[in-house]
Design a protein around this ligand. Structure first.
Ligand code: TYD
Length: 210
């Protein structure tokens, strides 16, 4: 039986996801809640190996192969980490999950979303998030922030893609959110750090009590 609570964070480049996850985790610790934090790509031993291929491989890769690598990572991650933690009643927080594949490989990579959703359900054994925060940011603002915080020469294989790709990722995410309004909460990521954090906590507390 699935007794835990699965929260995922999603968004395009420079949306402030990592910072918000840090603040959220600090809150969970202060509340003495039983949680684990994980990420994709990665999250388990095999997943971290696949992550290295996905983000740093020099070879060209089609959107479809990329999708299947993310799926292989995800299948292992669900089986080894996510499901066991949920079965123990834990709050599971993941920095990206399958919505990333639907937005990046699916919408931006021009693959058939319906098919990808079916494969995803199989790969994840139907483990669906209870709550998904989508931090929505424009291309200008997202990459503007990234340019301030890090060296843009160090962008990974996927981050390096052009503006049109990242615009499609954003629109893809918004479509996914519209299709599942009960699961998704879209947050305007141009707001201040504190405002966003407060919004996240408020929504989380309301949902977890349901
Ligand atoms: P990561 O280092 O986790 O960066 P971020 O801080 O942006 O989350 O890199 C993940 C990259 O992989 C990011 O550009 C999004 C991409 N990605 C996909 O394209 N599909 C997926 O299914 C996932 C999980 C990530």
């Amino acid at each position: 039986m699935n007794k835990g609570f699965l929260v995922t964070f999603e968004g395009g480049e420079g949306c402030g996801k990592s910072t918000q996850i840090k603040l959220f985790i600090k809150f969970l610790e202060e509340q003495k809640l039983n949680f684990i934090l994980s990420r994709e790509p990665g999250g388990c031993v095999l997943g971290e190996k696949i992550r290295a291929i996905l983000l740093h491989s020099k070879e060209d890769m089609s959107a479809l192969s990329e999708f299947f690598l993310f799926c292989a990572n995800r299948a292992e991650h669900v089986k080894e980490v996510i499901k066991p933690a949920l079965e123990e009643g834990k709050i599971v927080v993941i920095d990206r999950y399958y919505d990333s594949s639907l937005a990046y490989q699916g919408y931006a990579g021009n693959l058939d979303i319906k098919k990808l959703k079916n494969i995803t359900a199989f790969a994840t054994d139907n483990v669906v998030p209870d709550l998904t925060f989508l931090l929505d940011i424009s291309y200008e603002e997202g990459f503007g922030r990234k340019a301030k915080d890090e060296n843009l020469k160090n962008l990974d294989r996927i981050e390096q893609r052009d503006r049109a790709y990242h615009e499609k990722v954003r629109q893809g995410y918004l479509k996914l959110a519209k299709e599942e309004p009960n699961r998704f909460v879209v947050i305007d990521a141009s707001k201040s750090l504190e405002e966003i954090h407060e919004e996240i906590i408020k929504i989380f507390l309301k949902r977890i009590k349901k």
